[in-house]
Design a protein around this ligand. Structure first.
Ligand SMILES: [Zn+2]
Length: 281
């Protein structure tokens, strides 16, 4: 199979005073699918959650990592997606293969839509909105408008073979209402289905959007999203230290070593008794 390369573009529609992020995260998502053995509606929702996290991280200048966590009363129960502003992403589902007739909104159900921003290891901000049975995209839009008071338009397409593409358009502060209305009207009249809009590469998607909006876009930045976990032996050691000496030593006694598997990438970290003792000197 030919190597597939992901990409993203960030830029402006000066005519409307809107910024945009357009992304193809197919390879990154397929890596998550492979590592987590994701299937069905669970897989689609993880893709959308990661893409949503990228939208939120990519639309701000600060270097933050954004996590979106969904907790619902449906059978999917819990899904998480993380990304930084250059699209290094990872994701997770509580149950990796729930099939809910592709009715994602029923699969996760009603509950909590939580967005967390980190700067390095520090939690900067967390905001929570109600999650309703209206689909991921509408819940994300609702969250952006309630928490950040920003007007946005977004679309995410996940295909059966796990390609994952999406876009967000967002009004810059002080955009006149007349421009917002004009852009929204044009987008409502778009002559492409989501599948058509995202068929081909990102340049072709951009051209279709330029046709629809009757204005040229200015690309300011571009890059390659990728699967990135960020776990390390150092972080695992911190986890062991925070468990405390007593608990760590009792695991050692039982198993002769401490083994921790990263739930995001399934990497197994193993520390022998000498390594564990060194942590508590
Ligand atoms: Zn990991």
């Amino acid at each position: 199979m030919k190597d597939y390369i992901d990409s993203y573009k960030i830029g402006l529609w000066e005519e409307y005073n809107f910024r945009f992020l357009l992304a193809d995260c197919t390879t990154a998502f397929r890596e998550v699918v492979r590592r987590q053995k994701l299937k069905n509606s669970s897989a689609i929702l993880v893709a959308k959650t990661m893409m949503g996290a990228f939208f939120l991280a990519g639309m701000v200048k600060e270097e933050t990592v954004v996590g979106i966590q969904l907790e619902g009363d449906g059978p999917i129960e819990r899904v998480m997606g993380y990304s930084d502003r250059i699209g290094r992403m990872r994701g997770l589902a509580r149950y990796p293969d729930i099939l809910s007739d592709n009715e994602i909104s029923r699969g996760i159900g009603k509950g909590i839509f939580r967005v967390t921003r980190w700067g390095g290891a520090r939690k900067l901000h967390q905001s929570i909105t109600k999650m309703e049975r209206v689909g991921f995209e509408n819940n994300l839009l609702n969250h952006i408008s309630e928490s950040d008071q920003l007007v946005s338009f977004l679309s995410i397409h996940v295909s059966e073979d796990f390609s994952c593409k999406g876009m967000i358009l967002q009004a810059l502060p002080f955009t006149p209402q007349i421009k917002i209305d004009e852009l929204m009207d044009r987008l409502r009249d778009i002559s492409y289905t989501t599948e058509e809009l995202f068929s081909g590469d990102l340049d072709s998607t951009l051209t279709k959007l330029e046709d629809t909006l009757k204005a040229n876009a200015l690309t300011l930045d571009a890059g390659i999203p990728e699967f990135y976990c960020g776990c390390s032996i150092e972080k695992i050691k911190n986890v062991i230290v925070s468990m405390g000496k007593e608990e760590s030593y009792s695991i050692l006694e039982e198993q002769g070593k401490i083994e921790i598997t990263c739930e995001f990438c399934n990497e197994i970290y193993e520390l022998d008794s000498e390594e564990v003792h060194l942590l508590f000197i």
